[in-house]
Design a binder for this molecule. Structure first.
Ligand SMILES: C[S@@+](CC[C@H](N)C(=O)[O-])C[C@H]1O[C@@H](n2cnc3c(N)ncnc32)[C@H](O)[C@@H]1O
Length: 460
């Protein structure tokens, strides 16, 4: 069901095309960039909207966004509907034709755009972009999609087992449905969780160097329910908020804020003067740690990738007593035991932040997990070596997948010089957070990304 990989890279779509429905053309160009050039929709779409601002009004821009993101999220379901209606395997179609079929089918299944409008506009796009021959195929297939009813009717007809149905209803590949079920351990929550993961996320701001009330007033947002630094924006462009423009606030999911606060709130005996963020790029959590650390704490922020470390440097440019390093957390260059608190926000599959990048769910595969687990395990070893006896390590991922969360931390906790500190008691204001002694946020429970958090102490 995943988007076929294309061997032949195509050049970016040309602008020299007949005048077409601007929103649909823009959505197609995003799909084409994602499938043909491995572009990221969340980067490509804003760029296209900026370039075409003179032609697209606000309504068209909003419709283009809905079409592009919605079609990308629904790719698996759309392909399941389209596959039996096309005589060849979908992977053998001209990729542009497949993208056009998905775009048309999405309008029919999910937006309930009247059949004549969805079909006619897609056929016109196909004729202009691919040619008349292809437009006949698109016309015939989309008419069959329209005749089959909306998404619910199609899902009913496609049938399949429990996980297949959930995959189709919630726009997730089956292996991710299974991973979320395994992490949730409550069947009744699986569908609501995956549906919440299929909705566009609210923008959250973090008030780093500005009172939160002031940020809320400036932005027209509401204080977030969990983090004392969070403001949830109802809408609007965060870049227009003065405190964001001037670096006193930033865009940051409220779940990520709690992950940084976990490190700051961890109980600690003895000295508390040296904090380390070992996978810091691009600097979101380091920025909050720098703002909330007590007077006299020195923050070291590291990342293996030089360009990511540079982003951290920019994020921390106005902070005193910080050091930014390019370093591999598996083989730390600093003296062992030199930090009191260490945050390890490990590289992961990102299965808990799929809301932000609509196409990523179809790019990731279950095969991505084992090499990440190996990296996470080595990084956690490095983090535990970096902290002094009695010091704490917070292990965080933006994924709830059991292999890269509970299993990695359980393995480290089995060492005889490590103990687990329960997470939930540090956040009494956040209900439904405990995952055993660890913490797990969920979009359907908390309105955040599905962040996992664990706290370990070095006992000797
Ligand atoms: C999940 S991101 C961190 C996000 C960051 N904490 C924030 O809040 O903005 C993981 C980071 O780990 C870095 N990374 C990957 N492998 C690493 C390694 N072996 N040592 C240090 N950093 C690594 C990646 O470059 C990436 O920037």
């Amino acid at each position: 069901m995943s988007a076929p990989r294309r061997g032949n890279r195509r050049p970016p779509s040309r602008r020299s095309r007949p005048v077409l429905d601007g929103a649909r053309l823009t959505a197609f160009d995003v799909l084409d960039g994602v499938s043909g050039r491995d572009a990221y929709a969340n980067l490509l779409l804003p760029q296209l909207l900026r370039e075409r601002a003179a032609d697209l009004g606000e309504r068209d821009a909003a419709f283009a966004t809905q079409l592009a993101y919605g079609t990308l999220r629904a790719t698996g379901t759309l392909d399941a509907v389209l596959a039996p209606l096309v005589s060849r395997p979908l992977a053998e179609l001209d990729p542009r034709v497949l993208d056009l079929l998905r775009l048309g089918a999405y309008q029919l299944l999910d937006l309930r755009v009247p059949a004549h409008a969805a079909v006619d506009t897609t056929v016109a796009l196909t004729r202009a972009i691919v040619g008349t021959g292809a437009s006949g195929l698109v016309n015939a297939v989309l008419r069959k999609v329209a005749a089959g009813g909306d998404r619910a009717a199609w899902v009913e007809r496609l049938d399949g087992d429990r996980d297949q149905r959930l995959a189709l209803v919630t726009d997730h590949p089956r292996w991710i449905v299974e991973a979320w079920r395994d992490a949730l351990r409550d069947e009744a929550e699986v569908e609501p969780a995956l549906l919440a993961d299929d909705a566009a996320p609210e923008v959250h701001l973090v008030a780093r160097r500005v009172p939160r009330e002031q940020l809320a007033a400036e932005s027209g947002g509401q204080p977030g329910p969990w983090s004392p630094y969070a403001v949830r924006l109802g809408g609007g462009d965060p870049a227009r908020v003065p405190s964001v423009r001037e670096g006193r606030a930033a865009v940051q999911d409220e779940g990520s804020q709690l992950a940084a606060l976990l490190l700051a709130r961890a109980p600690l005996e003895g000295p508390d003067a040296a904090w380390l963020d070992v996978c810091a790029g691009p600097g979101g959590k380091s920025g909050l740690l720098a703002a909330v650390r007590p007077e006299g704490v020195r923050l070291t922020a590291a990342d293996r990738a030089p360009h990511r470390a540079e982003l951290v440097r920019q994020a921390l440019r106005d902070e005193d007593d910080v050091e930014v390093l390019v370093a591999d957390g598996r083989t730390p260059p600093w003296t062992p035991g030199s930090f009191d608190r260490v945050l390890l926000d490990a590289p992961c599959t990102g299965l808990g932040a799929l809301r932000r990048r609509p196409e990523v769910r179809w790019r990731r595969t279950a095969d991505d997990v084992p090499p990440l687990v190996e990296l996470q395990t080595a990084l956690l070893d490095g983090a535990l070596a970096s902290v002094r006896t009695g010091g704490v390590v917070a292990y965080v991922t933006c994924s709830p997948h059991t292999d890269e969360t509970v299993a990695v931390v359980d393995a480290a906790a089995a060492r005889d010089d490590v103990e687990v500190l329960p997470v939930a008691p540090l956040f009494p204001e956040v209900p439904g957070l405990a995952r055993g002694d660890y913490g797990q946020l969920w979009p359907h429970r908390h309105g955040t990304d599905a962040m996992f958090m664990a706290l370990l102490r070095r006992t000797r």
